[in-house]
Design a protein around this ligand. Sequence first.
Ligand code: FES
Ligand SMILES: [Fe+2]
Length: 266
Amino acid sequence: MSLSLPHVASYTRELPISLTRMYENAIDGEHLPWLHRTSFSHLEIIDKGSWGWRAKGNFVPKSFMNSMELELRLDREKNCWITRTTAGLGKGTEIWTHAFELEENKIKIVVDFYIPKLPNFLKNLYAEKLVQTYAQLYDEDLWMMATRQNELDRIKLGESIEPFESIELGLLVEIEKELPLTFSFNNNPYKLVKLDKKLLAFSATCPHMLGPLQDCDIDQGIVECPWHGYKFDVKSRKCISGARCKLAPAPRITIDDESGIITALT
Ligand code: FES
Ligand SMILES: [Fe+2]
């Protein structure tokens, strides 16, 4: 706990995820302006490591009044991470989060908010806003952490499954009405789209941290991951945001001239 700042509020919540997922989320500053786009309009990571991260950016709405610099430091031994506002809006604020493992895949977090001395009415408003914001941030984080865990479990399970060489997806006339559509092949999700008048499948799992691409719009052959905003060219599979990751290979799609049946093949 902070020794020098007034404690103004707490937020406590149980989360059905592991401590590993929680720590991973805490030191991942990059997701803030994407997953939490309604709270952060922009955030640039200045430094990062297994210790945490430092960043500068803006809260929503973006304006010079809403700019800030943040630092998050994780102390695994104390099951705690501290987020400090080091400059800009809310300078001096410290948010201490302790995480307790209740059972496998179940933790409890206790968040304590400390803010520099403010007039009472402002202090209460700010504290209320912080608690509200954290409730929303954790709703969004929980979706990401739980989805990622499901994806990791799915991949593990897939390793023990005998792979198929092909599956029939259906009739062209029917499938065309449903595009873009998601299908599963060898326990992996793919999305089937029409690009340059041709059917094409691409992996619907982001290669960065397994973000879900199923529900993302495809704009001129580009898909953008909702978790960290990496963009991928679905044809070449390359990340056009500069990251070294690439979409996993997808099955080839063929159409039988006579029957009109669409098949996905390894
Ligand atoms: S999981 Fe990070 S960009 Fe997709
Ligand atoms: Fe988050």
